[in-house]
Design a protein around this ligand. Structure first.
Ligand code: B4P
Length: 197
């Protein structure tokens, strides 16, 4: 089973993905986390990604597609994977469709979190004060919102038009109340499974 968690920056993707991972025994794969780990490691890819992320821009499609392909192949054919932060462009969505077709798999569901932009900016500025993430400056946040509107939002239509089950959730409110909505919506969609694969 392959699921996606989708939404604008600060909508609670990473936060809800951790809860889905525990509740439904899925393996959480966050492209943002992978890139931050590469950056912390100081690899050439990581240095380049760190510069792009700090400006609030998207890293090149090909780079992220290679990372996801490697991780999905490594996870194995039966793994239950929840992708977080990928795909973020239509090109990435098409590349994922092709890769999954090669692997005899498909995207089974999408959880899309909907939160107004003013709330998103407040959440990210709050995170900046607590965690000091390099891409949570006001300037970078505005650029990330712009990238979302112009390049990422269309990805949801891509899945709405196909056969994938798309679950849209109002992401306002505290983390637990949002998760209750996510859990109730996903329970009939996700078949039970004890292994992360
Ligand atoms: P991400 O790591 O995906 O960053 P994000 O969009 O901010 O999501 P995140 O999961 O961290 O935050 P969340 O909404 O859970 O990407 C970072 C960067 O990596 C991108 O800008 C890009 O440069 C690069 N990148 C990643 N994937 C890429 C791709 N596929 N292609 C190209 N580039 C890519 O939470 C935000 C904050 O809100 C948290 O502090 C949380 O505590 C808080 N929060 C969450 N839910 C809340 C709630 N209900 N109420 C109050 N606060 C809440």
């Amino acid at each position: 089973m392959i699921g996606l968690i989708f939404g604008p920056p600060g909508s609670g993707k990473g936060t809800q993905a951790s809860r889905i991972e525990n509740e439904f025994k899925m393996r959480h794969l966050s492209t943002g986390e992978i890139l931050r780990a590469e950056a912390a490691h100081g690899s050439e890819v990581g240095k380049e990604a760190a510069r792009i992320m700090a400006a609030g821009d998207l890293v090149p499609d090909l780079l992220i597609e290679r990372i996801v392909e490697r991780r999905l192949r490594r996870a194995g054919p039966d793994a239950r994977v929840l992708l977080d932060g990928f795909p973020r462009t239509l090109e990435q969505a098409r590349a994922l469709d092709e890769l999954l077709a090669k692997l005899g798999r498909k995207v089974d569901f999408v959880v899309a979190l909907d939160v107004p932009e003013s709330t998103l900016v407040d959440r990210l500025l709050h995170r900046a004060a607590v965690e000091g993430r390099a891409d949570d400056t006001r300037e970078a946040i505005m650029e990330r919102m712009h990238e979302y509107r112009t390049r990422t939002a269309a990805v949801l239509d891509h899945y709405r038009q196909g056969e994938t089950q798309v679950v849209e959730i109002d992401g306002r409110g505290d983390v637990e109340s949002v998760f209750e909505k996510v859990r109730d919506a996903l329970s009939p969609v996700i078949r039970p499974g004890a292994n992360r694969g």
